[in-house]
Structure formats: structure tokens, C-alpha cells
Design a protein. Structure first.
Lengths: 260, 263
């Protein structure tokens, strides 16, 4: 099984220092092309799970492999989109997008070609010379996405990237994200607090429980791609949203009324 | 940087009001005590009468102030980078940096005179001491306050330590650096004048503004003394304007403090 899994968690646990476990007994896998949505109450370790894949934190016990290698060794294969755009405010859009390539010593010619390609993907080629403060919240997140895509990652880690945006912008960006995925074909883990977003984007929703963080349920989303605004009003989509909501509610009810 | 003429009106009006109050207070004094506060006109006249002396003294003070200030910028930047390396280094050396700041200039002045002799070198050294602390504190704070997500982003893409410093931490620290620079630019001329009073020299080209203030005071030339104080203020304004210009050139495109607003 693990031979076909691009990302493979086997009984992974994570604690910080002597503190209580943040994650425990996580068994989770993603095959190439999967878009896995992670949803659950605050403090259930969704972001920690992404950080383990990114190699930003080591696992405490268990085994995490990326294409058969340890997380730290596969860092060149992945990109991370943070909850906030985290752009360098002193650089233009074009310069921000080029940062990962500049850090890896890519030549100027290759940087320019890659930058143009991803800025066109996120429809910001005409804002290449703008500074972050001149952009809207949605545009900043698109630059952040372009910066992640510029390294042509095999695995994309998205930590609630559209959480701070208004509903309409978020829906547009969800559709754009799926459109870009059609063109580029990465595997992704997407953390969100929105059930509708999780169902719309992913082919699998992982519902997590807290205290300690663990995988509670995995729900397949058999909606066909490409998904559009029409998908959101389909009966199948609404039923899946209801199903995931029920599972999430059961997790929150089990945690008690004053759970975080 | 381009501002409409109307934006100059509030400071111009406040300046005119200040001069009017000054003149009023001067006239309200009795004939016997009026010398304590010369009129704005008398101070202006003294500036013209002692123009050559004041220009020469200003150039001497500016030379000492700029030398000390420039040295403080370079040394504080290097020290800040070292202090930003680890909390342990900061804990070890901060108390001694503070001790340097807390020693009054008149106490340090004789030590400087013993070490490098009276005159320009002592003035520059004392200006360095007074300018150094705000620069090192602010720059260090800026270097260690980089957005955690950005640091992790650089880590994720395999940034080397020098890339983290030059491409991330240093530009992110610029607003802090310029805050320190503005404070230092304000106190550097004050430090230079106080240093000049305590460790200056009339040898060579006649000392700076501090030295000149001592001479005017001893000669009971109060209007000239006020003119010297006003000239010191102008020197401070000039150094501040220079710092503001450099800050504007470096930050205008991206820092929120330079955002255009109609409010």
C-alpha cells in the first residue's frame, strides 16, 4: 500500500517538549493527485499535521514518509501556503514570487520564465510591479499561491489560506485553485474550518478530533472534477456537506460544550 | 514626500504664535530684567552679527557630530547583528551597553580627553557614545522581530543563514533601524554640543557651538547665546531632515507609515 502513497503517516504522534500530545496515532495517506481536506475543531492538530509534512517540526514517534523518504529529505518537493499571505512587503509581486527560486540559486532567466508562468496562472501578470500593500486580500493570497507554485511542487500544503477572506472571494479562489490544479496536478493537503470549502475542493475529507488530536473519520467525496459554481447547488454536493457536518458535529459534541 | 503648500501652514502658524508669545513675554519684563530673554529680533540680529563665528562653529560641531553619528551607525549595525544571533548573547552584553548609555557625558569627557586629546576626536567619540544606544536597541529589536511565518518560509526553501540575514531579517528591521536613527539624529547634535563644552578645544579653527556658547555666556552676550542655541536647533533639524529623506527613500514604497492618505 505504502508504495503507491505519496504521503504516508504511520501511527504518528507529536508533542512539543514535555507538553501533552498534540497528535496521536495518526494513520493517514495521500496518493498522487489526492486533494485531502483536513477539518476539525480548533486545537485538533490540523496545522501541526501540515508542519510535520513540511519538515518544519519532526514527528515525536511513528513514521512519516514522503515518496518513501523522511519528511526532512523531501523538502524540495513541496510548497506551503500559510494562513496569511506572508509576503515580503518590501518586494514587488514579481520579486515575491521569485523568492523561493532565488533562495535555491536558480538563474535569472529561469526565474523570470517561471514567474511569468505562475502569475498568468493566478491572473496577476498585470500586477507584477505592484507592492503587496497595493493589493486586495484576495490578490495577496493569489500571490502567495503563485509563490508556492513557482517551485513546481509535487505536494502543496495549504493552511487555511482563504480563511480571512469574504465568502464571495473565497468561492472564486476555490474555483481558481481547482482550475490551477487541473493544469499542474499536484497532491494537496488543505486545512479549513469550512465544511462547504472542504467538500467543494477535496476528493477526501479527513475529520479530526481534539485532545489529543487524532483522525476521527475519512469521508470520500465522489464529486467529479472539474467542479464549478453549479457543483455547489447540486443535490449530491449538498448531501455530502450535510454528511460531513454531522460527523464534525458529533466530534464537537463528544468534546463537550466548552471545548475550544 | 511632495506635500501641498497647505500642509506647511500648521507648523508655520505655530511658529508665528511662538514668536509672538516670546515677543510678548520679552516686552512684559521690566527694563532691568529684559536681558534675561532677548527679543526674537535681537536674537536674529545677533545671528547676523556673529554670522562668521556661528557658521565656523556650526561646521566644527557638524563635523564632530557626523563623524560620531556615522561611526555609531556602522558599529551599532555590526553589534546588532551579533546580538541578534541568540538570546544568550543579548542577555550577556545588554547590561554593559546600558552602562555605557547611563554614564553622563561630562563624566566621560575627561576620559576621552585623556585618551584622544581635546577637540574634534573627543567630540566625535562622545557623540558616538550618545548615539550608539538607541541605534543598537532598535536595530537589534528589528532583527529579532521578523514575522515567524516568513522565517519558516525561508527555512522551507532551504535559505542559508546569510540569505536569511540579508534578504529577510535586515529589510524587515529597516523600520526599527530608522526609528533608532531618528532618535540618534536628534540627540547627536546635543551630544556634540555638550561634548564640545566639556572636551572641545579652541585650538585650530576655534571650537564648535558648545565652546562658543561658553564664550558668549562668559561675555554676558545673551542675544548671541540665544542665537547659538537657535543655530544648534537648526543643526539638529538638518540632521533629522537628512535621516527622514533617507528613510523616505528606503521605505516609501512599502511601509505603512508612508501610505498616502487624504485624512
Amino acid at each position: 500500500m505504502s508504495a503507491v502513497n505519496l504521503v504516508d503517516f504511520q501511527d504518528v504522534a507529536k508533542s512539543y517538549g514535555d507538553g501533552p500530545p498534540v497528535l496521536t496515532g495518526v494513520n493517514l495517506a495521500a496518493r498522487p493527485g489526492d486533494l485531502v481536506a483536513l477539518i476539525g475543531p480548533s486545537g485538533c492538530g490540523k496545522s501541526t499535521l501540515l508542519r510535520l509534512v513540511a519538515g518544519l517540526n519532526p514527528v515525536t514517534s511513528g513514521r512519516l514518509t514522503i515518496d518513501g523518504r523522511s519528511a526532512g529529505e523531501a523538502v524540495g518537493e513541496l510548497a506551503f501556503v500559510f494562513q496569511e499571505a506572508t509576503l515580503l512587503p518590501w518586494l514587488t509581486v514579481a520579486q515575491n514570487v521569485e523568492v523561493p527560486l532565488r533562495l535555491r540559486g536558480t538563474s535569472a532567466g529561469e526565474r523570470e520564465a517561471a514567474r511569468q508562468r505562475v502569475l498568468e496562472l493566478v491572473r496577476l501578470a498585470d500586477r507584477a510591479d505592484a507592492y503587496p500593500r497595493q493589493l486586495s486580500g484576495g490578490q495577496k493570497m493569489r500571490v502567495s499561491l503563485a509563490r508556492a507554485l513557482v517551485v513546481s511542487p509535487r505536494i502543496l500544503l495549504l493552511d487555511e489560506p482563504f480563511g480571512a477572506l469574504d465568502e464571495m472571494t473565497r468561492e472564486h479562489l476555490n474555483e481558481e485553485l481547482l482550475g490551477i490544479r487541473e493544469a499542474t496536478g499536484w497532491t494537496a493537503f488543505f486545512v479549513t474550518h469550512s465544511v462547504a470549502e472542504a467538500v467543494f475542493l477535496s476528493n477526501r475529507v479527513v475529520v479530526m478530533a481534539a485532545n489529543p488530536g487524532r483522525v476521527h473519520a475519512e469521508i470520500n467525496i465522489p464529486l467529479a472534477y472539474p467542479r464549478t459554481a453549479e457543483t455547489r447547488v447540486s443535490r449530491e454536493y449538498v448531501e455530502l456537506v450535510t454528511q460531513v457536518s454531522r460527523v464534525l458535529r458529533s466530534v464537537e459534541d463528544a468534546a463537550g460544550p466548552f471545548a475550544p | 514626500m511632495r506635500k501641498p503648500l497647505t500642509s506647511l501652514l500648521p507648523p508655520a502658524a505655530a511658529g508665528a504664535a511662538f514668536l509672538a508669545v516670546w515677543q510678548g513675554v520679552h516686552q512684559s519684563l521690566s527694563e532691568d530684567t529684559r536681558f534675561l530673554l532677548p527679543s526674537p529680533g535681537a536674537v536674529g540680529q545677533a545671528m547676523l552679527d556673529h554670522q562668521a563665528t556661528l557658521v565656523r562653529a556650526t561646521l566644527n560641531t557638524a563635523e564632530g557630530a557626523l563623524a560620531g553619528f556615522g561611526l555609531a551607525v556602522v558599529v551599532s549595525t555590526v553589534i546588532s547583528v551579533l546580538l541578534a544571533l541568540s538570546p544568550w548573547v543579548r542577555r550577556a552584553f545588554y547590561p554593559y551597553l546600558m552602562a555605557l548609555q547611563m554614564t553622563p557625558l561630562p563624566v566621560l569627557a575627561p576620559i576621552c580627553v585623556i585618551w584622544v586629546g581635546a577637540g574634534l576626536k573627543s567630540v566625535a567619540l562622545l557623540t558616538f557614545v550618545i548615539s550608539f544606544f538607541p541605534l543598537v536597541v532598535n536595530t537589534t529589536q528589528g532583527l529579532v522581530s521578523t514575522d515567524r511565518n516568513l522565517v519558516e518560509l525561508f527555512q522551507l526553501y532551504g535559505a542559508r543563514p546569510w540569505q536569511k540575514l540579508l534578504l529577510l531579517r535586515a529589510p524587515a528591521a529597516l523600520p526599527y533601524f530608522f526609528t533608532g536613527l531618528r532618535i540618534a539624529a536628534t540627540i547627536a547634535p546635543i551630544g556634540a554640543v555638550v561634548a564640545d563644552m566639556n572636551a572641545g578645544s579652541s585650538a585650530g579653527d576655534g571650537g564648535g557651538l558648545g565652546f562658543q556658547a561658553v564664550i558668549f555666556a562668559s561675555q554676558a552676550r545673551y542675544a548671541a547665546l540665544f542665537a547659538t542655541a537657535a543655530t544648534t536647533c537648526l543643526l539638529g533639524f538638518a540632521l533629522n531632515a537628512l535621516v527622514l529623506l533617507v528613510a523616505w527613500l528606503c521605505l516609501r514604497h512599502w511601509h505603512d507609515s508612508y501610505e498616502r492618505s487624504d485624512r
